[in-house]
Design a protein around this ligand. Sequence first.
Ligand SMILES: [Zn+2]
Length: 282
Amino acid sequence: MKKDQLLTRRRALIAGAAALGAAGAAGVLASGGGDETARPVAPAPGPDPAPQESHVLPPSDYRLQPLTGYEQVRPAPRMTRVRHQPFLRVRGRGRTMVLTFDDGPDPRYTPHILDTLAEYDVRAMFFVCGEMAVDNQDLLARMADDGHIVGNHTWTHPLLTRLKRSQIRSEMERTSDVIEDAYGERPLWFRAPYGAWNRATFQLGAQMGMEPLAWTVDTLDWTTPGTRTIVDRVEDGAAPGVVVLSHDAGGNRSQSVRALRRYLPHLLESGYHITVPRRRHA
Ligand SMILES: [Zn+2]
């Protein structure tokens, strides 16, 4: 009985998130400069023996048929455009906010963050690094079970703008591979380490079917400024559509774990709906 109610609530939350995704996508299109209409993504180099037609899935089939059946080349879903800038915020009805946690998963901190999110029945985003994910696949599985979104944050967290295109591709593709194995689907979002985007990262992200997401409010929690300072930065920065950046790995993240326990109930009491963006494939 109680479990049924919980499931019903989860379904309602997911439905709410879907509405946000549609609005969020529109917001980025509006801010993208109008230069993005139907520009084809260059096919990835490499052997591609299959006829092109076999790679193209109608939009309605995209989610039902993950791109697991192809050899060598993973073509982009047609609807993923090459952006010129990342999402900085999302748009939804009312006071919506998105919490994101980067660089993990780390078994010392990520489980505590997941526990807090579960306690308040809240969904968040985790931009994971492949080299962390490969050793902590159980945590990616839990993220899937709990309804969180896992995004691609490269394999080794390099400054992508200093890498060759082939290296950027490898960093991103290997990470999407391990996410698919552990989380159950390939990521639909990516975030460049240090927020250092360039044309190649946008193009490659689009080829791999991912949208670029940056952030609105940076907690700078990696500088370990103190739990209270992190809490203040989130609560001072709270506003509709805000995307918050925090970290669940990369150093001692005890402050980030403790801060979430404080600011999350405050945000909810203030009427914020903490949710995740959803991609629209139409
Ligand atoms: Zn990072």
